[in-house]
Design a protein around this ligand. Structure first.
Ligand code: ADP
Length: 447
């Protein structure tokens, strides 16, 4: 009979035999490329894997904000492996009629099996893969059927199926955990907004497609434009390049020129609303000082974990982050706990010292009202005692951190300024700025 998942008209856009895209078209995101490489190797030679008795990977979740290249990377993987690429959007399965959603899932997998070896890309998988069991509407139970069908199909793959399922989402946090079980989307590849280096290499890819003024040095222009576009995603950058070409055409220029790019960037930032962009710039400075505060505090406290890198490129939650090498150890000494506390306070203290942020009326404590608030296993006087002790401890750490940051204010300035410039600082950058850390980094992983 006629398929419910009527692909007769949309077939062409659904299935591409040869996208022509390669990994070189995806700039930056080297880690993500490396992770997806294993699927490519497998699709090129499944027999090698089977002969070795290896469990074949079935799928991966590509997560990250819109425009960061998830679809592009999936497509390029198909191009590299030279296999067909099938795309669908999770929202196409949202159906209120009983059985329609799951029938579509079945049809989609049947199509993929017919074209195997191939890559099936389900964009916006959150539309059909939300956590189950948190609603009482009928549409929810229909959504559950659809999701169950997806799980059944994936579990039904065997080592001869040769279909790799990739799924894109910017809401990995709301996905049903069943999707991430072994043998399903058990690999998680994150694509974040690019840092300044990443943006320069994305610009390079897109600039190559334009007719530039012959005196322009591609490398130089790419770096310059990257510096002008903090927080832009790959999609925004593609947009800038296209807009610049349109502006050049409008002015009847035979080449695209630096000023066209500058106008394009202005226009796109204008589109994102000027006011919020200005705010964003102020916010970047705050974030830079905040992260510099963490990094500098940790640098000068002996028992804090050694720093790996510090960044003001926004990720998952939060606007920046500092990353440390944890020591291989389960019980922390009192000194370690104290230094760790100071390091955590360092961000906020740095904001205060340069008078950027605002101090909070409740002092330096945050209050979590979990279960413990309703059923304390201790008496009211004990609770007060705990409060007092905690407050004393936090205050001591706060004073300690305040003194450190005040003493090292110039160093914090230095690190914050370099962060605003480079967006990501590795440990080696810190050493270049501050000299070697005054203690031995006695972590197991340390080189
Ligand atoms: P997502 O699927 O994450 O929303 P896309 O893959 O659809 O984003 O990206 C949209 C467009 O942005 C791509 O077609 C490409 O032109 C551009 N783009 C995004 N990331 C990159 C990148 N890393 N390198 C080159 N171009 C990119």
């Amino acid at each position: 009979g006629r398929s419910v998942f009527d692909m007769s008209e949309s077939k062409a856009k659904l299935l591409e035999h040869n996208s022509g895209l390669k990994f070189k078209d995806v700039a930056g995101c080297d880690e993500a490329k490396q992770e997806i490489m294993e699927f490519v190797t497998y699709l090129k030679n499944p027999k090698k894997y089977r002969d070795l008795g290896a469990k074949i990977p079935k799928g991966a979740l590509l997560s990250g904000p819109p425009g960061t290249g998830k679809t592009l990377l999936a497509k390029a993987a198909a191009g590299e492996a030279d296999v067909p690429f099938i795309t669908v959007n999770g929202s196409e399965f949202q159906e209120i009629f009983v059985g329609v959603g799951s029938a579509r899932v079945r049809d989609m997998f049947a199509l993929a099996r017919r074209h195997a070896p191939c890559i099936l890309f389900i964009d916006e998988i959150d539309a059909l893969g939300r956590k189950r069991g948190n609603g009482s509407f009928n549409s929810h139970s229909e959504q559950e059927n659809t999701l169950n069908q997806l799980l059944v199909e994936m579990d039904g793959f065997n080592s001869n199926t040769n279909v790799i399922v990739l799924a894109g989402t910017n809401r990995a946090d709301i996905l049903d955990p069943a999707l991430m079980r072994p043998g399903r989307f058990d690999r998680h590849i994150y694509l974040g907004p690019p840092d300044v280096k990443g943006r320069a290499s994305i610009f390079k890819v897109h600039l190559q497609q334009l007719k530039l003024d012959s005196c322009i040095k591609l490398e130089f222009l790419a770096r310059k434009l990257a510096a002008l576009t903090p927080r832009f995603t790959g999609a925004d950058i593609a947009n800038v390049c296209n807009e610049a070409a349109l502006i050049a055409a409008r002015h009847l220029n035979p080449h695209v020129d630096t000023k066209h790019f500058e106008q394009a960037i202005e226009r796109i930032i204008g589109g994102l609303e000027k006011k919020s962009h200005v705010l964003q710039l102020a916010e970047r400075t705050i974030v830079a000082y905040h992260e510099a505060g963490h990094a500098v505090t940790g640098w000068f406290l002996e028992h804090a974990d050694p720093l790996l890198k510090v960044s003001i490129v926004p990720r998952w939650k939060g606007l920046g982050y500092a990353q440390y090498l944890p020591k291989e150890q389960y019980l922390l000494s009192q000194e370690q706990l104290f230094d760790q506390m100071c390091m955590n306070l360092g961000g906020r203290v740095a904001e205060e010292v340069v008078q950027l942020g605002m101090s909070d009326l409740l002092g330096q404590m945050s209050f979590e009202l979990g279960d413990i608030a309703t059923q304390k296993p201790f008496s009211e006087p004990t609770a007060q005692l705990i409060d007092q002790e905690v407050r004393t401890l936090v205050d001591t750490a706060y004073q300690h951190t305040l003194k450190l940051i005040t003493d090292k204010k110039q160093v914090v300035d230095l690190v914050a300024k370099r962060l605003l410039e480079k967006e990501v600082l590795q440990k080696s950058d810190m050493v270049e700025l501050l000299g070697p850390r005054p203690f031995k980094d006695n972590s197991l992983y340390e080189e």
